[in-house]
Ligand binder design. Sequence first.
Ligand code: G6D
Length: 340
Amino acid sequence: MEDFNMEINQQIHNQATWFTLTNDHNVSVIISDFGATVVAINTPDKNGHVANITLGFMHSHSYLQHHDYFGATVARVAGRLANASWQGHQLDINSTPNHMHGGEHPSLSYTHWNLIKLIKTDSQIGVVLRYISPAGENGYPGRLSISAMFVLDQKNKFTITYFGNTSETTLFNPTTHIYFNLSGNAHAVVDNHEIRINADTIAETDANKLPTGKFLSVADMPYDFRQPQNLGLALSKLPNGLDTPFKLNPQSSLQPQLSLKDPESGRKLGIHTNANSFIVFSTTGFEGDFLVDGTRKMTSQLGLAIEPQMLPDAPNHPNFGNIVITPDNPMIYQTAYTLN
Ligand code: G6D
């Protein structure tokens, strides 16, 4: 049997518990039970220097103050839902006139989840957290139990799986709202990153960023990332940046559906998901008077949020995919991040 030293370290930060999963290849991931949040993903650069490739905070109280879902699990429904209503249920209106990211604070992104189990085998380590959302929370019907499983393996693959179980028919479309920056410790903005997305179309959105129901071909548009593109070049053609649902093409190979690379640090990221879209949010214009990672003031394009989820506003568009969960049909969403 192979010798391994992978470990799970558990520490209390204020009132949150942080779980650090470390494999034998200098890769570690920190998960907080507050919001089932990915606090950090630490990977080596081309010279072996290890740094955090996500935007996060050094102190758990910062997660209480900054409500932009840094690394958080977003549910019950990520993205926007038209008129904050579904089958006569009035959901929280928090992106007027629509519902966004599960509703008003405190949503489950800003709540403590329960530790269900730690995982440790020869090849992987992980943690499972659970939150039970009571019927009526944020306006949603049904008591929804959400388990979030975070697993890091020896091949530098980090997988997040959400399991949903409900007492009544309701909606379930979670995401993990990680802002990536492969330079490490938010050393530089993400403009020099190269991005590839296996998407021929994007969902057109209105002034409130709600899908209109139409798909637009990416051909000859700054959204064409079917071949690797310099992100800064694309953003220079998009004054408001990206806050865009990319509809993923059917998978025809083992290639990740999205790849990101920072030529300077040499770090790469590949993402596979069983959801049908990524919302890519370039944080253009997001200036904040606070420090991310304890070092850098939040500025435009300091991070790139990549949100794997079913297309936003799916219940109102028959061809957007199903996000209705019933007591007989528990749902599983899985996204794997390959870290090189
Ligand atoms: C999401 O699409 C949304 C953005 O519009 C929002 O500002 C951000 O979350 C916090 O990515």
